[in-house]
Design a protein around this ligand. Structure first.
Ligand code: PMV
Length: 329
């Protein structure tokens, strides 16, 4: 089993983390949302051909998955159907087979690592799967377009999140800011003028699936109230998008504050997130809100570049376990 000709070995690909700028939760109910990549944290996948092995049991036994951060190493054939990483590999192999290629790849190691915090709203699962699919498809000589990768990662996201809106796989696979409406073609965009965010991590990991499930129950108990809250968030997102596109990001602050209050009303904030949001505003941030699923994970603050270090220090003093400064462009 030969490594495809012309393919350097090992083969590597990376994918950035992400934050949601506006519109989380409401996006599950058809409202728009805005998300941006965060290049300071990355997932990386490396495909390394192993010494050719004869594998009468089939291809899956010839593929090893190694997730060093999780201290896991296992054969693809031993992975269950709900393992997102294994699903990423299987979906890529299925694409390869459906392209009519018959020569099987060599025995492989798929090694993944990530600096993206887990279960904290920064898209770690989607990024690891994006990097894996990108690296493996390129290795197989069948590089996939961003939209194809996004569609495959969406399938893996379903295993983690149940009913994901699709925003994580989209922003991460495209690696660009996106205006996203569930079920519609995503709109990657460029900010009219760059702006700076400080991201503060509560250190509390909260699976998005649980929070999305709680919101679903609350919505079913009081659909009128929750529909009104989702509509109000949708209005905020549209106004924010107009400001970002027209190069007036410094005016986004009040919209972030408004979005945070709406998320509090939906019931997805928590004491630690509220403390960090207040701390950022007191330290001079132009606006701040929780980002992602909530009840833990991260918050974001819009700052002037000259204020970034000061706001980051204030967040740490208020309990942030880590801060990241990133520029959106
Ligand atoms: O993966 P997170 O925690 O950034 O959350 C995704 C955003 C939600 O709107 C809460 C869920 C979804 O599928 O869009």
């Amino acid at each position: 089993m030969a490594v495809p000709a012309g393919v350097p070995s090992p083969w590597q690909a990376s994918a950035s983390g992400k934050v949601i700028l506006f519109g989380e939760h409401a996006v599950v109910y058809g409202q728009p949302a805005l998300a941006v990549p965060v290049a300071q944290v990355q997932a990386t996948a490396t495909i390394t051909p192993q010494a050719a092995a004869s594998t009468p049991e089939g291809l899956e036994t010839a593929i090893w998955i190694e997730a060093s951060d999780l201290q896991r190493r296992y054969r693809l054939s031993d992975a269950g159907p709900n393992d997102p990483l294994a699903a990423a590999v299987r979906l890529t192999l299925a694409k390869y087979k459906s392209s009519g290629r018959t020569a099987p790849p060599a025995s492989l190691a798929v090694r993944v690592s990530s600096t993206i915090p887990i279960s904290s709203g920064m898209g770690s699962g989607a990024a690891v799967c994006t990097a894996t699919i990108r690296a493996l498809s390129s290795f197989l000589g069948l590089p996939l377009a961003d939209a194809e990768i996004s569609a495959l990662v969406y399938e893996t996201e379903k295993l983690l999140h149940g009913t994901p809106s699709g925003i994580d796989n989209t922003v991460i696979a495209f690696g660009r800011p996106v205006y996203f409406v569930r079920g519609q073609a995503p709109l990657p965009f460029q900010a009219g003028a760059p702006f700076t965010l400080v991201i503060g991590d509560t250190g509390i990991s909260k699976p998005t699936r649980l929070v999305v499930g709680d919101v679903r129950e609350a919505y079913q108990r009081d659909p009128a109230l929750y529909s009104a809250l989702f509509d109000a968030i949708g209005q905020v997102v549209r106004r924010a998008y107009a400001l970002i596109e027209s190069g007036k990001p410094e005016e986004l602050g009040p919209l972030m504050n408004e979005n945070h209050v709406l998320l509090q009303e939906i019931g997805v904030s928590c004491k630690e997130l509220d403390t960090l949001v207040t701390s950022a505003l007191q330290a001079g941030a132009l606006g701040a809100k929780l980002s992602g699923g909530g009840r833990g994970g991260n918050m974001i603050a819009l700052v002037l570049p000259s204020q970034a270090a000061h706001v980051a220090a204030a967040l740490q003093a208020s309990g942030a376990k880590r801060t990241i400064v990133t520029e959106v462009k």
